[in-house]
Design a protein around this ligand. Sequence first.
Ligand code: SF4
Ligand code: MG
Length: 326
Amino acid sequence: WFDVSAPWLERVVKRRPRVQLKAVNGVSFSLRKGETLALVGESGCGKSTVARLLVGLYTPTSGHIEFDGEPISKLHTREGKSLRQRLQMIFQDPYASLNPRWRVARIIAEPLRVHGQMSAAERDARVDELLEQVGLSATDRNRYPHQFSGGQRQRISIARALAARPEFLVCDEPTSALDVSVQAQVLNLMKRLQRELGLTYLFISHNLAVVHHVADRVAVMYLGKIVELAPRDALFERPLHPYTRMLLSAIPDTSGAGKPRVPVAGEVPNPLNPPQGCPFHPRCPHARDLCKNEMPATERHDETEVACHGISQGWIALNEEGIHTP
Ligand code: SF4
Ligand code: MG
């Protein structure tokens, strides 16, 4: 699958090197085996760029990305074949990523053909097994993508992603094109597959309800930078960064406390021309002069990593609004 797409994607990267350079800057995290790390933020914050960097679709202009001790840059080399098999990506729009002229069996078997030494009969058996695993049936193998619902098509792309038995899946808004009830079914399927197969997910979403449902840890991105990274419960119960608080106050309150829903204020500035200093300062209710001039460093508070002058200098009280109780 990567082999097929690589020449085209390399051209894209070569044509737009400066876009990559500025789209993501100051992003550093590691994934633990078997966990789901969610990457959240408004559109244009660089989430998809990070996803594509991780699976080698984009090449970073500086820094490094490693998977299990191996540089991701190896993906494009001949020795990168086993690495390619261990990483897969699931996209937002399953229809766009499924070839409409291929039957489901061929779509799911394609990575096996590219990666493996399986015989045609072995591939057939594996396709049937995958269809069952994602909640479809072996009788679906001869149908075409347009004959399935959106949720079923996402199941097909999950089956294809799992075909070569990967360990790590980058999921870029995998359910955001689906109806809410279908979303929950696909998310539960992904959680079950993670448990059964020991998968590790990087889960990209702008939807905090979805993130709360799936994530072990959450990284909040703003204009190409991770501004807060914390275990899920710490982030939802004790958000530190003003941007995280803004995102959380915009979702309906489910605690029954009757807190008003506050819309997210202001627009995301152009990511190619981010503001000086803290990128959030034009929208931040706590901004001071320091924020306009200096980029805040990332610091650790309990289990949370956060990049905010107000937190590190103490002018944002941690127990403000009862949000943080140290
Ligand atoms: Fe707000 Fe300043 Fe913190 Fe940025 S560094 S989030 S502007 S208080
Ligand atoms: Mg995106």
